[in-house]
Ligand binder design. Sequence first.
Ligand SMILES: NC(=O)c1ccc[n+]([C@@H]2O[C@H](COP(=O)([O-])OP(=O)(O)OC[C@H]3O[C@@H](n4cnc5c(N)ncnc54)[C@H](O)[C@@H]3O)[C@@H](O)[C@H]2O)c1
Length: 252
Amino acid sequence: MGLHGIRGRWCFLSGAADGLGNAIARELAARGMNLALFDVQEGKVATLANDLQALGVEALPVPVDLADAASAAAAVAAAVDRVGPPRALIHDAAVLTPRPFREWTFDGWRRELDIILQGAFVLAKGVWEPMIAQGDGSIVFISSGSALRGFPLESAYTPAKHGQEGLMKVLSIEGAEFNIAVNTATTGAPIDTPMSWGHYTPEMRQQMISPSRLAPAFAYFAALDARQATGLRFDAFQVSEAIMLQSQATRV
Ligand SMILES: NC(=O)c1ccc[n+]([C@@H]2O[C@H](COP(=O)([O-])OP(=O)(O)OC[C@H]3O[C@@H](n4cnc5c(N)ncnc54)[C@H](O)[C@@H]3O)[C@@H](O)[C@H]2O)c1
């Protein structure tokens, strides 16, 4: 399926209210994809849904706290009941609380893991059987440099992101026979988002790029199936640059 194949199909997107998720939602809608917008920020996803509908696509705000597994499972099941099996699931929602290990409580640590890693499990679980029935699908977990390396003050975020990579590897193997692509996508660059404002050093802030520069890659990811690419860790910045270059070459 080419990028145009996503037109009229549904993407379930977590973390849509702010930052990269918001940019992805706008990019996919501009390319004709319908969106179910999962986020804890109820007012922002309602506003975003109105903006996307004005672009001519369908948009369903799904206010949910992904740290609550039962609520998250119910939300994804209700979205499937309402719009059918999604073509793509993109799990973008995350929090990063920079904190020394000696100051973490178990409950605080657990909440961060639940949003990132448990959220990946619950969302993927909710779309898995519908995607099998549909005969294809693409699942993407948004990754990070923290999925491969350890960083100080990240004793929740770093293991959660490592865990997402492991879940992706297993699901990509199990999804192959059902033509479900399962991949991760790292940003490839620090991005100018609320998450970054909270923890990047002044040097890193100088290198930040707009999340909209990464968004085209997610149209490509949403169109994937397991025959094309699965079990991979993409660099969203590089993929977006390639898409933009290709579209410029086509225009010449
Ligand atoms: N900011 C960066 O430079 C950077 C670098 C590497 C990877 N990432 C990853 O990119 C993705 C997007 O990050 P961002 O910078 O846009 O972050 P952000 O903080 O700007 O946005 C995160 C979104 O997740 C939502 N969210 C938070 N807790 C939630 C919960 N309990 N339930 C539902 N939704 C919840 C927020 O409301 C928000 O809309 C994340 O997965 C992050 O780990 C970011």
